[in-house]
Design a protein around this ligand. Structure first.
Ligand code: NAP
Length: 258
């Protein structure tokens, strides 16, 4: 679809959460296709294995699979993951926080508290725990990146979107705090992406009556993700990006020879 520099992510080790489906899956394949060593983190092993096969089939570097449920992620498990990445690669260059769940859309007064806890743990607390554990490895990279995945309902409150909206609001704050803390201390660039309406399972469950053909394909987001994961985004620290805009602009920044 786009003619981008094939080696733009060469020698980069990239962990993608929620790599088994949707945007995370497409990003993982795209990162691998552009030279990265990808670590596929997700909860459904069959989906991760399919992504693994897809990456091997295009002749990219063999990815690693980490089956992990972010809903039950604790510090001990995150530390183990850090040790494994340290032993195998010695560093982490990019952490893409992508996994999330939607939860139900009901008024707050009817919101189930178990579901509330589940959404907040998956979309927010696991992001904190993972970031905390993996930051030392990201600081070992000469050009580290943390990419958060936000949403329009993390900017403008929307009735009935409950814990999902609250988790994304909190992520906006988390990314801002982290970017300020890392401003003068590390070479880790922190950015956030709001993908905007994108044709995935999550979008289908949020808007079941919508015609999916009118919603953009995940592939159109990839120039932006590649740009943010790659060497050209050094100066983007603390910024937020919309997946609905400027696809060709990102593609032009990292395009390869014809
Ligand atoms: P998706 O198709 O539902 O994919 C989400 C991925 O996250 C799946 O692979 C899922 O695993 C994984 N995941 C969920 N809970 C997990 C857990 N507890 N542990 C490990 N992995 C878990 O969603 P998407 O549309 O690609 O969304 C990706 C990101 O973009 C999310 O942060 C979402 O909030 C954001 N976003 C999406 C849109 C959109 O229109 N699609 C718009 C704005 C923001 P399973 O496959 O095993 O369930």
């Amino acid at each position: 679809m786009f003619n981008l520099r094939k080696d733009i992510l060469a020698n980069r080790v990239i962990l993608v959460t929620g790599a088994g489906d949707g945007i995370g899956k497409e990003a993982a394949v795209s990162f691998a296709e552009h030279g990265a060593q990808v670590i596929l983190l997700g909860r459904t092993i069959k989906k991760l294995e399919k992504v693994y096969d897809q990456i091997c089939q295009i002749g990219a570097q063999e990815p690693a699979i980490v089956q992990l449920d972010l809903e039950t992620l604790d510090e001990a498990t995150s530390e183990q993951l850090k040790e494994t990445i340290q032993d195998n690669y010695g560093k982490l260059d990019v952490l893409l926080h992508n996994a999330a769940i939607l939860g139900t859309r009901v008024p707050l007064e009817n919101y189930d508290s178990k579901e509330w806890a589940s959404v907040i743990q998956t979309n927010l607390t696991s992001v904190f725990v993972l970031t905390k554990a993996l930051l030392p490895l990201l600081k070992k990279s000469v050009d580290g990146r943390i990419i958060f995945t936000n949403s329009s309902v993390g900017k403008t409150p929307r009735a009935y979107w409950g814990a999902y909206s609250v988790s994304k609001f909190a992520l906006t704050g988390f990314a801002k705090i982290l970017s300020e803390e890392l401003e003068n201390t590390a070479k880790v660039v922190v950015t956030s992406v709001n993908p905007g309406a994108t044709r995935t399972s999550m979008r289908r469950s949020a808007y079941p009556g919508e015609d999916p053909r009118k919603i953009k394909n995940v592939k159109t987001l990839m120039p932006l993700y590649l740009y943010l994961a790659g060497p050209d985004s050094k100066h983007e620290h603390g910024k937020e990006f919309s997946g609905n805009q400027q696809t060709w602009d990102w593609a032009n920044r990292i395009k390869g020879p014809r």
